[in-house]
Design a binder for this molecule. Structure first.
Ligand SMILES: C[S@@+](CC[C@H](N)C(=O)[O-])C[C@H]1O[C@@H](n2cnc3c(N)ncnc32)[C@H](O)[C@@H]1O
Length: 344
């Protein structure tokens, strides 16, 4: 459970400590005052009751959409400019340590003097490593264990600069032979090398020159960028603010033009606006979301256009896709298949 610190940062002990003044107060006030809201909450955990906060921040747009808060920001904590006295964050499972290090540094920079950061960790495998990172970043770290969670309460940021965590990756387009340099980040899909499924997709698709082409779930932009290099007019979409930022930078760094949008699926894109839709889709998103994404891809495709998807060979998405258009297998290799869905 995301409990606020027992004595919230910034709170002061009451100067009226006499028995009579306490009993006067307790007759007027509820016994347990509602916990003070956090100024900033970062990465709300779906598995825990959400802490009250003024500004909710997450780089995952879909996760952020589930949060109720007066103000929201889709981005990393480093994108916040307004300091806070009470900051809360979840160190969610599978978050790379390099991302957490960046986030702790951003939180430290945002803390007002005397303020505190609470970090909740539910994954027992990462508790010690996270504690070590926090002790390196903050002068004072208290630990609070309970309810299947370890919470670290930190004060006094030591002021070390945020570590760099961008990697450079090289990729060559199998068709044109053109080489690209791409910036990636730990935590993004296939950040250390281009995914073999993505390579198969780029190998298998036909001509895209002059076609309005959508890369849905673009990550750091490899598919859209390759299509742009082959002469397509590209739009790249992702729901992860870090991916969108890198995809934009990668297009520019490789001298390519394209539109990059932070959004959930095809929301906001006009129907029948692309001749080609390319995707290595987020298959972990669950059946309902995937079916919504597949239907959306066909909705934005012009009649006569096609969607090309790469998925694991063992997954039977054809059962849904054949209801949306004519399905054909374009390629199979290394446990992946590329499916083409033509819109009639
Ligand atoms: C399998 S990865 C593919 C990334 C990249 N195209 C590649 O081939 O390396 C799927 C991508 O879809 C994004 N994604 C997940 N759900 C999404 C949604 N609802 N709308 C847009 N993008 C989404 C993820 O952030 C991730 O970058």
């Amino acid at each position: 459970m995301n409990r606020p610190p027992s004595r919230p940062p910034g709170s002061t002990r009451s100067s009226q400590s006499s028995q009579s003044s306490q009993s006067r107060q307790s007759s007027r006030r509820p016994r347990t005052a509602a916990p003070q809201p956090y100024d900033i909450c970062y990465r709300i955990d779906r598995g825990s009751p959400p802490p009250r906060c003024r500004l909710a921040v997450d780089y995952d747009l879909i996760r952020l959409a589930e949060v109720t808060a007066p103000e929201k920001l889709c981005g990393e904590l480093s994108a916040v400019t307004r300091p806070g006295e009470r900051i809360f964050m979840n160190a969610l499972p599978h978050t790379p340590m390099s991302q957490l290090e960046l986030d702790f540094s951003a939180a430290g920079r945002l803390l007002r003097p005397g303020g505190g950061l609470r970090v909740a960790v539910r994954d027992p495998k990462t508790v010690r490593r996270i504690g070590k990172l926090l002790r390196a970043a903050f002068a004072e770290v208290q630990v609070d264990r309970g309810d299947g969670e370890t919470a670290y309460f930190c004060r006094g940021w030591r002021g070390a600069p945020a570590p760099a965590n961008t990697l450079a990756l090289s990729s060559t387009d199998p068709r044109s032979g053109r080489a690209f340099t791409l910036a990636t980040r730990p935590g993004l899909f296939a950040y250390s090398e281009v995914d073999p499924g993505t390579r198969l997709l780029l190998d298998a698709i036909g001509d895209v020159a002059e076609c309005r082409t959508l890369d849905l779930g673009c990550g750091y932009g490899i598919v859209g960028l390759t299509a742009a290099a082959r002469g397509a007019r590209v739009t790249l979409v992702d729901s992860d603010a870090r991916a969108v930022e890198l995809a934009r930078a990668n297009l520019a760094a490789n001298g390519l033009a394209g539109e990059v949008l932070l959004q959930d699926g095809i929301s906001g894109l006009p129907a029948a606006s692309f001749e080609r839709v390319l995707s290595n889709p987020p298959t972990h998103a669950g059946s309902a979301k995937l079916q919504e994404l597949f239907a959306g891809m066909l909705r934005v495709t012009v009649p006569g256009g096609w969607v090309a998807l790469v998925v694991r060979e063992r997954l039977n998405y054809e059962k849904w896709l054949c209801e949306l258009g004519e399905v054909r297998r374009l390629a199979t290799a290394a446990g992946y298949k590329v499916l083409e869905i033509r819109k009639g």
